[in-house]
Each structure stands twice: as C-alpha cells, then as structure tokens.
Design a binder for this molecule. Structure first.
Ligand code: PLP
Length: 381
C-alpha cells in the first residue's frame, strides 16, 4: 500500500506531503527514485574515491547504456545548460575555462530563436554568453539564422519541450545551417523522456550535445541531469564542471548522485516501455472513468509524441460546465487530506493528470478526489 498519509520525516517537520498526480514538476519534488537508485546511493555513501575518475567512468557507462558517443552527469538538466554553453565557448582551452564568465576575448554569442527563450535560459547567460535572438513572434526562418551568424558566434540553441515547436526551425534544418558554418547545436530536451526513443532522437537529428533531466522521467536523483553527444564537447563540459574550480563548481554532484544516476539510466533503458505505457494508460483510464458522468466535463486519455509523451488524463470544461474554473479545482484538491497535486493548466484551462509518479493505492485516491471535487463544484457547492 502506498505511503499516502505517511512521509513521517516530513510530518515530524510539520509539513504535509502531496500525492503527486502532476508529473515530474521540480517544485513538487520531481519523480520517484527507482529502488536501484536508492541501493546504489546506500552502497556508495560510505566510500571515498576520486570524483574525476568517477565522472569519467560514469559517463562511459551511461553513454554505453544509451548508445551514444559520450555522456556526463550534471546537476540537473539546468546545470547541463550552463555546461553546454561553457563548452561551446571554451572547448578544452584552459585559459578560456579559467576566464568565464568574462568572455569578451573569444566567440561568446549564442543564437536563439525568439520562441525558444524560456524560464531556464538564465543558465546559458550565467557563463557570460550573450544571446542573439532571431525570428519574429512565433516564427523563425532559416535565413534569419544565417544572417545572425558572425565570427563572434559560439553555437546555436535548440529547445525541445511539450507545447513548443510550432513555427520554429526544425532541428535537422537548424543543424545543417550550423554545421555548414562549423558551429555546434546545443539542445535542451530536459523533459522529453520517456519515450526512450527520444534519448537519441535529437542527436540523430543533428544536435551536437543534448541536456536531459535525470530527476524527471528517468527517475534518478532529483538533482541530477545528463549531457550526451559529441565526445569533445562532453569533455569540454566536464572540464568546466565540478570538481574543477571553474564556472560549474557551484553545481557539484555528489558520488551518491553520480552512481544513483548511472543506476537510474541503466534501469530506465532496460525497462519494458510497452508495459510501462500500458500501466500509465490504465491509471489515466481510472480517472477518466470516474468522471465521465459529471455534467459539463469531458475527459479523455491523450498520448502523442510531442505534447503528451506519456499518456495523460485530460479534463476539459465544456460550455455547460456550471462550476468554478480549473484553477479553483486545483486549489480545492490541494486542500484535501491527502492533498492531490495536478499539473499546471493547459492553454484552454484544461486540467492534466500525469500518472508518472503514482503508485498502486494512490491512483484510486486521485480519481475519487477529482470526482468528488468536480461533483461538488458542478452542484454549486
Ligand atoms: C525541467 C527542465 C529543465 C531543468 O531541468 P532540471 O533537471 O530540473 O534542472 C530545463 N529545461 C526544460 C525544458 C525543462 O523542462
């Protein structure tokens, strides 16, 4: 049975846990670490070793598990963005590595499509890189990227994320432009796995180095991430990272987190995705079935490659809905005991239930809680 009302360490602190039906959101503590991860953390925590050696070996093992040239464990995908930007500006040049964030004496411009500016992009700028924004509104064309390339350009950014991608330049086209000018494409695909095919998809499409979260769908330690791709860039990223006294030093990863992520990636890649997807779908159907009859509500399971990379239960408020909006329903669910957390609302105010963090015993509580709140709200309570 799930520890839905437990979490005794938090209760001793006077805090109230949530049932996380909202996905791998960082504010609601990411994802559930795999048992293999906890075991690796336990086994490693009493032993000392050289962290450089560990990072190199862990990178080799992760690269092999995924089937890519090289990999590096980072402090979250956001830490990976810092190191990507650093890597393309410094390469393995010691003087440049030591100089960051002072970058005025070498190429320091990163081209970014305007619709790829997003909440995490401070991470790039921390290194002393400068953005050159291209495109207008929600559209960007290859000529605009070509025109922005100068001798100061260090690389081109590409963001892949649910609900982005309309109107931007497809990655293969962007990569072709970049490579014709001898420039690397640095890609943020933090939240795009599962599906497992996305682990290598962006490298196959031409990105040179890709940052992926270790604490989201892979279910490693929440604070980890990985960079994968070109071996020279991955090595340049490592030289900019802790334990070296470089720009990445404030973003260190412990030996426990490093071995934890190795265990997570190996277990993730070995897992049967069809069985996992079927379980997620079953969880979503449990919710959809419970609320099918609520007047003014339309609910369905959605699963596609882009916006819903794993199955989600999506709850739409129809024109004949008489209750309060999704935000208020969210608030009420978080006031229940146990608290139920759902994903942020969609563009049309629809509610998403993301099954990735749920375990047996929890989905029934989530489905009943949503049904109960919707029924009460529809009858004016
Ligand atoms: C979550 C996310 C990040 C940050 O990843 P962390 O592993 O939490 O550091 C960066 N970019 C995007 C698009 C994300 O979704």
């Amino acid at each position: 049975m799930a520890d839905t009302s437990g979490g005794s360490v938090f209760r001793r602190m006077g805090l109230t846990p949530v049932i996380n039906a909202g996905g791998t959101n960082t504010k609601h503590s990411g994802s559930r670490m795999r048992p293999e991860v906890i075991e690796a953390i336990r086994e490693s925590s009493d032993v000392f070793l050289n962290i450089d050696e560990l990072l190199v070996r862990a990178g080799e093992m992760i690269a092999e598990a995924i089937g890519v040239e090289a990999a590096l464990v980072t402090s979250g995908a956001a830490g990976g963005l810092v190191l990507q930007a650093a890597a393309v500006m410094t390469g393995k040049d010691v003087a440049r590595i030591q100089s960051l964030p002072i970058t005025d004496w070498f190429p320091n411009e990163l081209i970014i499509q305007r619709q790829h500016r997003f909440h995490y992009d401070h991470a790039y700028l921390m290194t002393g890189a400068k953005f050159v924004e291209v495109g207008k509104g929600r559209h960007c064309y290859p000529e605009e990227v070509e025109a922005a390339i100068t001798p100061k350009t260090a690389g081109i950014i590409h963001l892949v994320s649910p609900f982005t991608g309309a109107g931007d330049i497809p990655l293969p086209v962007l990569a072709e432009i970049a490579h014709r000018h001898d420039l690397p494409v640095i890609c943020d695909a933090a939240s795009m796995v599962p599906p497992r095919e996305n682990m290598t998809r962006y490298l196959d499409e031409g990105a040179d180095i890709v940052s992926i979260s270790g604490g989201k769908g892979i279910r490693g330690p929440q604070s980890t991430g990985l960079l994968i791709g070109n071996a020279d860039l991955v090595e340049a990223a490592r030289l900019n990272a802790a334990p070296n006294q470089a720009i990445g030093r404030p973003m260190k990863v412990s030996k426990e987190e490093i071995v934890g992520l190795v265990a997570a990636v190996e277990a993730f890649m070995a897992e049967d995705e069809a069985a996992e997807t079927a379980r997620f779908r079953r969880y979503c159907e449990t919710v959809v079935d419970q609320i099918a009859e609520v007047p003014g509500i339309r609910a369905q399971v959605e699963h596609d490659r882009k916006d819903h990379p794993i199955p989600h239960a999506v709850i739409y408020f129809e024109r004949n809905w008489r209750g309060p909006d999704g935000e208020e329903i969210h608030r009420r669910l978080m006031q229940r005991s146990p608290r139920v957390y759902l994903s942020p609302l969609g563009f049309m105010g629809e509610i998403y239930m993301d099954p990735i963090n749920l375990q047996p015993g929890e989905i029934e509580i989530v489905a009943e809680s949503i049904r109960d709140e919707l029924l009460k709200a529809s009858s004016g309570e």
